[in-house]
Design a protein around this ligand. Structure first.
Ligand SMILES: Nc1ncnc2c1ncn2[C@@H]1O[C@H](COP(=O)(O)OP(=O)(O)OP(=O)(O)O)[C@@H](O)[C@H]1O
Ligand SMILES: [Mg+2]
Length: 461
């Protein structure tokens, strides 16, 4: 992807006199031209412009807007980040709005005002440049198998590293965390990082009735019970060579706990009604939102099974305890939905950002995902406001500072405390500005190079 600085403008206009005129008025920009859709696409591929101005009425049917809209869609398909400025006829607000809804950056009515056009293009170039820089930073951030996991929180980053480190072993991993914290995302990340060639198979122990769960897990031979019409392998067998995720392991019935324990010790299974033992090689990862120690105390979970499963225990913090993550994730999700719905570039208003920061997110990332999705549909223009989020406005501020962000009493190392405070402030500023280094530096009252230095020193990626 080219930055705006290194690529020329593309001017699409079929009236050659007007084309020349536009080119002249924009003479401080380097530009290339096209007078129909096909040529425009060729020029677009060749020069990869960050900004395009285009007429909607193009040959073979210059009196209609169909070629123009087709071109607009093709340009956005080729590069969703391209900034397209549409030149519309006088009083043609309907088409202007339609173009914006499709993802055009802006419009100008003809006859165009050269100063306005210059200004709009300059802003578009600048935005394209900043966004390209953001994308470069994003790409640097996550080159690994845990790409589905977005976070800047130190605790979450530590967890990612743990997952990557243990991935290649066959140690059993137990993921503990509230609903919606990303247990499944981490389990899949673990599988990907393990490079195991088999499949990732997940089974939810809470969702399947006890009498069916056994055959789901272990499979059955034809005729093992009424209705067993043909031999069927279970989930454990299906995951051979891969990873088996036992979700909601706290809900595994007692009878099956003994059977699972036996499998974990011997690494062999016997299908229901079967006579032979089948060796199975799987990496097991379990997850639950329940407190297993309490279940053990109540005799609802076998302690010996717990120790088999808990070779590596990962405690996933709730979203409200992660520094800056709610806003970071909200920006990322909004970007994703805006693209899916072809809404162009959507952003949050300032009050929306504050509301996201202050909300406690009891449903964690899943709740955030749903709120952002709904608000991206509800939002009127290109901005999602606090109102669109539909969250209780009286957000409690203490959520920002409780949950592990305070320095503990024993921790009187001034340098460490200062670094921690610096880190937290920078991470918050980056989240608030959607990783815009320039704006974050402005917000922090430091220069961009200083911010880069600090990020490097504090290992903020
Ligand atoms: N750090 C993250 N970055 C990006 N997306 C995430 C992250 N964490 C969770 N998600 C997304 O949030 C949703 C919920 O995550 P997931 O299903 O992994 O949660 P869970 O802990 O398994 O929840 P439950 O206990 O309810 O099953 C998913 O759509 C997932 O893709
Ligand atoms: Mg889950």
């Amino acid at each position: 992807m080219n930055g705006a600085a290194s690529s020329p403008l593309l001017i699409v206009e079929d009236d050659l006199a007007l084309q020349k005129q536009i080119k002249w008025s924009l003479d401080r920009f380097e530009s290339v031209t096209a007078s129909d859709r096909e040529t425009a696409l060729v020029q677009f591929r060749r020069h990869n412009p960050a900004v395009v101005t285009m007429d909607l009425g193009l040959p073979p049917d210059p009196d209609s807007v169909s070629e123009g809209f087709k071109l607009l869609e093709q340009l956005l398909d080729a590069d969703p980040h391209v900034k397209v400025i549409v030149l519309t006829g006088q009083n043609d607000q309907a088409n202007a709005l339609r173009a914006i809804n499709l993802g055009a950056y802006d419009f100008q009515a003809k006859p165009f005002d050269p100063d306005m056009l210059n200004l709009t293009i300059e802003r578009a170039c600048r935005l394209a440049e900043l966004q390209a820089e953001n994308r470069r930073l994003q790409a640097l951030k996550q080159p690994d198998a845990l790409g589905g996991l977005m976070s800047r929180d130190p605790e979450m980053l530590k967890i990612s590293r743990t997952i990557e480190r243990v991935a290649s072993s066959d140690a059993t991993v137990l993921l503990l965390g509230e609903s919606g914290t990303g247990k499944e995302v981490l389990a899949q990340g673990l599988h990907q990082a393990s490079k195991r060639s088999g499949r990732f198979v997940a089974i939810n122990c809470a969702a399947i009735p006890e009498n069916l769960l056994e055959s789901e897990l272990f499979g059955y031979e034809k005729g093992a019970f009424t209705g067993a019409a043909k031999t069927t392998p279970g989930k454990i067998e299906t995951a051979h060579g891969g990873t088996l995720m036992l979700d909601e392991i706290g809900d595994l019935p007692h009878s099956l706990q003994a059977k699972l324990l036996r499998f974990l010790q011997e690494r062999r299974i016997e299908r229901l009604g079967g006579r032979q033992e089948i060796p199975v090689d799987v990496r097991v990862v379990c997850a639950t939102h329940q407190d297993l120690n309490n279940l053990i105390k109540d005799n609802r979970f076998r302690e010996d099974l717990y120790y088999r499963l808990a070779e590596i225990v990962v405690n996933i913090p709730p979203l409200r305890a992660r520094q800056g993550d709610a806003v970071l994730l909200a920006h990322a999700f909004l970007h994703r939905f805006a693209q899916e719905q072809r809404r162009g570039v959507l952003g949050f208003s300032e009050d929306a950002v504050r509301t996201i920061e202050a909300h406690a997110w009891p449903g964690n990332v899943r709740e955030l995902l749903n709120v952002v999705k709904r608000s991206s549909i509800m939002a009127d223009g290109q901005r999602v406001t606090a109102n669109d989020l539909g969250l209780p406005p009286a957000a409690r501020d203490e959520n920002l500072t409780t949950d592990g962000n305070t320095v503990s009493a024993g921790d009187l190392d001034l340098r460490a405390a200062r670094e921690e405070a610096e880190r937290r402030t920078i991470v918050t500023a980056l989240a608030r500005t959607n990783n815009n280094i320039l704006k974050a530096a402005e917000l922090l009252g430091i220069s961009r190079p200083t911010l880069y230095d600090l990020m490097y020193r504090l290992a903020i990626k």
